[in-house]
Design a protein around this ligand. Sequence first.
Ligand code: PLP
Length: 419
Amino acid sequence: MYARALRLIPGGVDSPVRAFGAVGSTPFFVAGAAGPSIFDIDGNAYVDWVQSWGASLLGHADDGVVAAVTDAARRGTSFGTPSPLEVELAELVTTMVPNAERVRFVSSGTEAAMTAIRLARGVTGRSKILKFAGCYHGHTDALLVEAGSGVATLGIPGSPGVTSGTVGDTVVVPYNDIGAAEAAAREIGDDLAAILVEPVAANMGLVLPREGFLEGLRALATELGSLLVFDEVITGFRIGNAGAQGRFGIDADLVLLGKVIGGGMPVGAIAGRADLMEHLAPTGPVYQAGTLSGNPVTMGAGIAVLSRLRDDPSIHDRIQDTGRALVRGLVDAADIAEVPMVASAIGGLAGFFFSDDDVENYEGAAATSPETYGKLFRGLLERGIYFPPSRFEALFISAAHEDGHVDQTVKAAHDVLTS
Ligand code: PLP
């Protein structure tokens, strides 16, 4: 299948992070998935800690999501005109996400980020965007600089085809370095439209914000009259129903969502205060559009997920406990094998680095050994465990993972690291 794919699709994959080149392997092809497990076309089952890169918070093929998708699809897969499902999902998002008085649904996180920077520039009349090295905001040209995720995995600084003019208004500083952010922001001064950040960085491995970092960005944006944009495409509904804003008690001006809110269907969203969001067309002059935006099948899936999360707060507690148990077990396994490892977990996100020291930014993540990660990845895969095929990605915990999956994973990691 891979050979066939290579003849038809560049690199055999429809998104570069799916290639296994960085871990010295080739991708398996999926026949199906259920709950915490994914099955390849050769009949192998894997415990899946990738979960469609965080899109499946409830686990694969969740009954409620499948029923909602089926029900919606029977009534038509796309209308190109408003449907009540959009209103219902918008109500869930705006009641659960802080500072989200309005929401606009799009079809990917990339579109959400693209819209956010256009809106921030349109509202403020300014040009520059401050972003952080190793933070990924999708593949829109202006943000494809020091972008983490697949860009980091492939070891390229940006991308050919992105002109220096396009990225000329994007300023990049190290994550977790409030001093560098302040210096850069003050130098830009009254031309700074927005500070765009992953409040928990999950595209350079998992890197938590240092105490005071997000607070510092909030203060800086307020002082300079710029917008603070939280990219919660990963953290939204994954580290709690109120996302990183709720977790850290910081108010963002605009919030980007994706992944979880579509239950595995293509989705993105931009949310924020009404006075900002109403600048979007048709109420305002900032143009944004999409044939499949607010797609009824996606909306149905999203409603199934968010209403479950609203009605059962224990889901997040269980997911967080699973993530913490997983990293505790991995660190213990590494300890026994005398391999240095640091790890962290927050909500439904977990991550680790083969490092003696805490990793606080992209430079630290890039200094860790790709060989050790590749060895662990391949060894785990042979033992029926699927970790992300890059050390620059996080582990995604779902509500379908149980203690037994953690034990199985930790035992396999122990075997690989001690072999
Ligand atoms: N923002 C973040 C934080 C992401 O992790 C991603 C994708 O992984 C995106 C934006 C882009 O989303 P999409 O892949 O849906 O375009």
